[in-house]
Design a protein around this ligand. Structure first.
Ligand code: AMP
Length: 179
């Protein structure tokens, strides 16, 4: 049986992680789960979760772990037989542990800060960068200790992307045929 390829992508706000994620799912056929997109859909639909999450999102603060873990767990429950890419989750150690309890063979792709989202207020951007430094950056150690961290550095998405593509191509080809 083919191993299911499952990845999380870590990168600071504005690092181009969204761009790299879309290219990965475009070329490698993984299901893309973006926690920010899932939350924004909840906000638009004015669900209870969306209303509760909105105040954290506006302030650039993290939505509480229990809310996020439930949200992502219910999405992953529907993807038991699919390869997937998690984008924006995990962002904290408890979130990483929650994913890892269920999954093995998680990989990580990181980028560096490149572009500031135009729709962000400066104070919210600062919060998001601080949150990344305090909570999410250290997750690299979590995955490094598990022996499944892969880092990519560069100053723009077009520089990073060929490296990510080549890495995934060689790993995924071995699992499920040419891309
Ligand atoms: P993003 O589009 O990934 O930058 O997410 C937008 C906002 O949604 C973040 O600033 C957080 O407020 C919230 N958010 C997204 N993913 C998470 C997560 N894994 N944990 C906590 N909050 C999150």
């Amino acid at each position: 049986m083919n191993k299911l390829f499952r990845m999380v992508i870590l990168g600071a706000p504005g690092s181009g992680k969204g761009t790299i994620s879309s290219r990965i799912v475009r070329d490698f056929g993984l299901k893309h789960l973006s926690s920010g997109d899932l939350l924004r859909a909840q906000v638009i639909n004015k669900t209870e979760l969306g209303i509760a999450a909105q105040k954290y999102m506006k302030a650039g603060k993290l939505v509480p772990d229990d809310v996020m873990v439930n949200l992502i767990a219910s999405e992953l429950a529907g993807l038991k037989t699919s390869p997937w890419l998690l984008d924006g989750f995990p962002r904290t150690r408890p979130q990483a542990e929650a994913v890892h309890q269920h999954e093995k063979g998680v990989d990580d792709v990181t980028g560096e800060q490149l572009v500031q989202r135009e729709d962000d207020k400066p104070e919210s951007v600062k919060q998001r960068l601080d949150q990344y430094a305090v909570n999410t950056g250290p997750l690299k150690g979590f995955y490094r200790d598990l022996g499944i961290l892969q880092e990519f550095h560069g100053t723009e998405s077009n520089e990073i992307w060929p490296r990510v593509h080549n890495y995934l191509k060689s790993h995924l080809t071995a699992l499920s045929g040419p891309f």
